[in-house]
Design a protein around this ligand. Structure first.
Ligand SMILES: [Zn+2]
Length: 471
């Protein structure tokens, strides 16, 4: 996968990312405009799916006199379900075939191996109701690597000056380790690219019973833990309860919203700094946290438009009900005005850190951690529950509501005919999983054809804890 030419290309991309990190808004805009024009032109040439969409919208190609915003608003919005259904005509390399990808993703031995000898592949969990498969070529990966390496918070600046390549660190990734998910692919790929640190990078599954997870983590003795905010909170609780003996130097989180209260709790429990980042399977490093604790959008490579429920673009400073992503790095599987599902707000005011990259706020996913069993003593992470339901039953459109210490209600919006036994399979898998976690008593009721309850943000949560009953 790594050839001389690709290393050369990575160097050029990294140099541009380093330069753009300190560029003015105008210079960032010029980069965005040039890249968008190239992407749209290449997409029209290579993707039958987009060609059809654009024909239907009577879009005849780039008009170089327009701004990026004007250009985008002439283009239709695309959605994951439609793209996945038309996979073969979406991708611009006809050798990328969906059935081959399914076979590849079905084999865990292939995690972070190059697909067709030249693509990195990962799948998304179905957090917005449907799983996706994402394919990146060397150029797209060089952009992700550059953003990851050059735009990240220096939680321990002195340590990074002494050890910029993390050669003395022990890094533990706590997450879903049994599938081709983006986090796991990134860790496995890091080990392959940097064999010098491979024996100090640990993948630890959060699907195992908590005591086993803690034991594995203690044995790894990481200096850096990288995980989801909800998992970091669980580890902090175990640390405070005296069941986890571990002194990491920093904790990096991503994939869910990290609230200020969660950050404080985790940071105080471990006496170390905690960082947050924003990314998705569709674009791994969308935003990074600066030293002022603000999320800066990597706007030279990712465009996010905040839109209302009808898809109208909102002015800067207004929080939308959805957002549209345009990924300027991936030409093989183009994402142009792709409905991402997250609610974002772009701040009008520049950040005190001096960066020209816009500051955003994200209402990310925020499912609940459940405390289950007769003494409500077993904490279970929402992402672990979702992973079990998705993997065991292939059920992606579900909601799990806690109704009591030992009572769960599993809902699907599918009709009794459509669900085809998926709820029953999910219920059996959940029961087996939760008993293994140490939950002593459990009842799961399943219902289909039921609309979902919405959270306070208006977003549909997939895992909802029991609200305290009014006295
Ligand atoms: Zn800043």
């Amino acid at each position: 996968m790594e050839t001389v030419n690709e290393h050369w290309m990575s160097g050029v991309i990294a140099a541009d990312i380093a330069m753009a990190s300190h560029a003015s808004a105008r210079s960032l805009d010029a980069r965005r405009q040039r890249r968008l024009n190239q992407l749209v032109t290449a997409t029209i040439a290579g993707s039958g799916f987009y060609r059809d969409q654009y024909d239907r919208h009577r879009f005849r190609g780039i008009d170089a006199s327009l701004t990026v915003e004007q250009q985008l608003q002439r283009l239709p919005i695309v959605r994951k379900a439609d793209l996945m259904r038309s996979f073969g005509s979406w991708v611009t390399d006809p050798q990328i075939k969906l059935e081959d990808l399914h076979a590849f993703l079905g084999d865990c031995a292939q995690i972070a191996e190059p697909f067709l000898g030249r693509y990195m592949v990962w799948e998304s969990s179905g957090s917005s109701g449907e799983p996706g498969i994402f394919v990146q070529d060397a150029a797209a990966m060089a952009v992700q690597d550059g953003l990851e390496a050059l735009r990240r918070p220096a939680l321990r600046p002195l340590q990074r000056m002494l050890d910029p390549w993390h050669l003395t660190e022990r890094i533990a990734f706590v997450g879903a380790t049994t599938g081709h998910f983006a986090g796991m692919v990134s860790v496995a790929r890091l080990k392959r690219l940097l064999p010098a640190i491979a024996d100090r990078v640990f993948e630890i599954s959060f699907l195992q019973p908590t005591p086993m997870l803690l034991a594995e983590l203690e044995a790894a003795a990481p200096t850096i833990i990288t995980t989801y905010p909800s998992a970091a909170v669980l580890l902090a609780e175990e640390k405070l309860a005296g069941r986890l003996k571990l002194d990491p130097q920093e904790i990096q989180t991503g994939g869910e919203a990290l609230t200020p209260a969660m950050r404080r709790f985790v940071s105080e429990a471990f006496c170390c700094p905690v960082s947050s980042s924003y990314g998705a399977s569709e674009f791994l490093s969308m935003a990074y946290e600066c030293r002022f604790g603000q999320l800066h959008l990597n706007s030279d490579w990712a465009i996010l438009e905040s839109v209302d429920a009808s898809g109208n673009v909102l002015p800067v400073g207004e929080r939308g009900s959805n957002s549209l992503l345009t990924n300027l790095a991936n030409f093989r599987q183009p994402l142009i005005r792709y409905e991402l599902g997250d609610r974002i707000l772009q701040r009008a005011k520049a950040c005190g850190c001096g960066s020209g990259l816009p500051v955003i706020e994200v209402d990310g996913r925020s499912d609940d951690t459940l405390y289950l069993g007769s003494r409500a003593a077993t904490a279970v992470l929402p992402l672990a529950l979702s992973t079990v339901i998705e993997e065991a039953a292939g059920l992606f459109d579900f909601q799990l509501q806690q109704k009591g210490p030992c009572e769960l209600l599993l809902l699907s919006r599918l009709s009794a005919q459509q669900e085809g036994g998926a709820l029953g399979r999910a219920s059996s898998a959940l029961t087996a999983f939760l008993l293994a976690q140490g939950v002593d008593e459990l009842r799961i009721e399943c219902r289909c054809g039921i609309p979902f309850q919405r959270g306070r943000s208006g977003k549909i949560k997939r895992v909802i804890k029991q609200e305290p009953q009014p006295a």
